[in-house]
Design a binder for this molecule. Structure first.
Ligand code: GAL
Length: 672
């Protein structure tokens, strides 16, 4: 990989740096304070296009030259950005055809970033030009460590419905389907008599009076990913003509549904990700862990970079909560534990202007006499002590199947229940495993899964025959598989697999489903044994080789199977026909949900995990380091820990005690 590792000396620490918002004398203060905090990498120039090219073809690099020289003199490296996520005002005025159009046909206004059509040829030309100027000028600058193309592709302008996009979409369809008869067959256009006579008749899925062809919608989503990818590749390839430093673009895993990051993964030299906590959730640290595990998986298990997160509050949620004491440190170290080689923030210095003036920063409006600044300095020192973790890997024995195409397809309109949400089941299974202290990878359903002891399929409504065969092979050759309801229902065009549900999974699961019985909002159904309760879903399962592990004890499917188990070849496949909650470590919850079902499956699959730890203690092993993150308000003693405490140099022989809210990292520890 070109130029990896980005910073050979250790974990990268810093954030987005926007010196253009401040007079030059402040820059000197910035670098002095950056050094005080241990900052060694800043992302620079992300929103600088109007400064660098104040009028079309007129350039001014003076300010950027001076900032880069100043950073270099201070030993701080730059992740130099192309500024193409925020085209200048002149660009929009000169090229009205490049304006973004929404599904209702509104031309989206300016006065913001990301306001351009991803298929615009004018945008393609202008973005390649500014990228080329930057790469040519700064490829040899000693401060530059890596390239940061654009910012968060597909976040604010995932789809454009203008006539230019419509034309590009038709070309894309010709390429995918070959002829219009194949397109008609794939989309099932015979339904409602919607058959196309030629590709020219196809419109993008603009707002429609009633349910719209789902094949059309899915293909438009795929096309839109390709439109953004083409923009990234163009800039990346321009940069590569001048520089062999790593090129990245910051992803938004998992909070940018329209981008299929499996498709993006191979395009960047190092995967980087932005992650912000949902402050409304009390368990937001579990969602953070999921995001980090998914990012590592998108990176193919290689170390990745946390490109942005926040020191405290963001500015764009309904209630923007400041982080609680210790929370920033726990969040940062959880990302490192799960494979990140950097802790970077949006942003270095809090802005005074515009939309994000209430967003937190490393250097807050309150200045350096603040708890937040002291925490930032302390974190920099801790990361310095963790330098040896850079480059090491996280191993997982369990994989969750995650497919963006299934995410899109499941959440199109007119499904059996509005409560069928991709993230709902994914997070339920992830949380149950997190509370069992099991580290997981995520995989595409067609990936090589042979190395995992257990593979879980929480929400794969769309599953191709080929992927189903992959799962089948996995079980036959000794794998353990858990599948949740409403998986394996349709193919890549959203056409139902022939025969009873769940089409391509019937054989591996040893059952079929005769009828779906979605539950009312807030309704629940009992299962027999241990007080298990299902929500959202019930269905009539017919066994064909599998045996029932639990039956429904009430509701529309009373006395019929709710959880099943099927031995196939050398492996076993389980099926869960309702939504069980990831029970927590409380007496009231114990064994009443998913963990009650998953625990024995983990044992059967031989998944190693520490026992007798409270589920508020996060334990992750990365290389020789064990990260112990205490999210609870009581100290926790973790047995099986031997080695050296990275932050305090303490020697542990047999156990380590982690204070409430604290993080302990033990090097060369024995297995928990
Ligand atoms: C990110 C974005 C940053 C900043 C941040 C605020 O999505 O890349 O530029 O806007 O959000 O949380």
């Amino acid at each position: 990989m070109p130029g990896y590792p980005v910073l050979p000396e250790g974990i990268a620490y810093g954030g987005d740096y926007n010196p253009e918002q401040w007079p030059e004398e402040v820059w000197h203060d910035d670098v002095r304070l950056m050094r005080e905090a241990g900052v060694n990498l800043v992302s620079l120039g992300i929103f600088n296009w109007s400064l660098l090219e104040p009028a079309e073809g007129v350039y001014d690099f003076g300010g950027l030259d001076r900032v880069l020289d100043l950073l270099h003199a201070s030993g701080i490296r730059a992740d130099l950005a192309t500024p193409t996520s925020s085209p200048p005002v002149w660009f929009r005025r000169r090229h009205p055809g490049s304006r973004l159009v929404d599904r209702e046909g509104h031309v989206i206004a300016g006065g913001s970033r990301h306001s351009f059509c991803p298929s615009s040829p004018e945008y393609a030309a202008a973005s390649a030009r500014i990228a080329e100027r930057l790469a040519a000028r700064y490829a040899g600058h000693p401060a530059v460590a890596m390239w940061h193309v654009h910012n968060e592709y597909g976040w604010a302008n995932p789809h454009c419905y203008c006539e230019t996009s419509a034309g590009a979409f038709r070309d894309w369809l010709r390429e995918r389907h070959g002829d219009v008869a194949a397109l008609n067959a794939a989309w099932g256009t015979i339904f409602w008599g919607l058959t196309y006579g030629s590709f020219d008749e196809v419109e993008p899925p603009r707002i429609a009076p009633a349910g719209q062809l789902t094949g059309l919608q899915l293909d438009f989503m795929r096309f839109s990913v390709d439109a953004h990818l083409a923009n990234f590749r163009r800039e990346r390839d321009v940069i590569r003509r001048f520089s062999d430093l790593p090129v990245t673009t910051n992803f938004m895993i998992p909070n940018c549904k329209p981008m299929d990051y499996w498709r993006w993964a191979g395009e960047v030299d190092v995967v980087s990700n932005d992650h912000y906590l949902d402050a409304g959730r009390a368990d937001s640290h579990i969602e953070l862990a999921m995001a980090a595990d998914l990012t590592r998986s998108v990176a193919g298990g290689a170390p990745w970079m946390l490109m942005e997160h926040s020191t405290g509050a963001v500015n764009w949620q309904p209630r923007n909560l400041a982080k609680r004491p210790g929370e920033m440190r726990r969040n940062s170290l959880a990302h490192v534990a799960r494979g990140s080689d950097s802790v970077l923030f949006f942003q270095w210095r809090a802005s005074r202007y515009g939309a994000e003036k209430f967003h937190s920063a490393m250097l807050p409006h309150a200045g350096t006499d603040s708890d937040l600044w002291r925490d930032v300095v302390d974190l920099g020192a801790d990361l310095g002590r963790l330098a040896g973790v850079r480059g090491s890997r996280v191993e997982a024995e369990v994989a969750l199947v995650w497919d963006w195409e299934s995410y899109w397809a499941l959440e199109l309109e007119w499904r059996p229940s509005v409560d069928l949400r991709f993230r709902e089941r994914m997070e339920a299974f992830y949380e149950a495993l997190w509370r069992e202290h099991v580290t997981v990878d995520f995989v595409h359903p067609s990936a090589d899964i042979s190395r995992y002891r257990l593979v879980v399929v929480p929400s794969s409504y769309l599953l191709t025959e080929e992927s189903a065969k992959n799962l089948h092979r996995y079980v036959e050759t000794g794998g353990h598989l858990v599948v949740s309801y409403f998986s394996g229902i349709v193919d890549a065009d959203d056409t139902i697999h022939p025969g009873p549900y769940p089409g391509v999974l019937r054989e591996v699961l040893g059952l079929s489903v005769e009828e779906f019985h979605p539950l009312r909002e807030n309704e629940s159904v009992p299962l027999d044994g241990e007080g298990l309760t299902g929500r959202i879903w019930s269905e009539r399962v017919r066994l064909a080789g599998a045996r029932a592990v639990r039956n429904f004890a009430g509701g529309p499917d009373a006395a019929h199977p709710a959880v099943t188990c099927h031995g196939l070849g050398a492996g076993t496949a389980w099926y869960v026909a309702t939504a069980l909650d990831p029970d927590r470590d409380t007496d009231a919850d114990a064994g009443r949900g998913l963990r009650g079902i998953l625990g024995p499956v983990l044992d059967r699959a031989g998944v190693s995990r520490p026992r007798d730890l409270p589920d508020t203690l996060e334990l992750v092993r990365r290389g020789d380091y064990v990260f112990l993150i205490n999210h609870g308000d009581q100290p926790v003693t973790v047995p099986g820990m031997s080695g050296t405490g990275v932050f305090d140099g303490a020697e542990y022989a047999g156990s380590a005690t982690v204070p409430p809210g604290g993080v302990t990292v033990v090097r060369s520890a024995g297995r928990a």
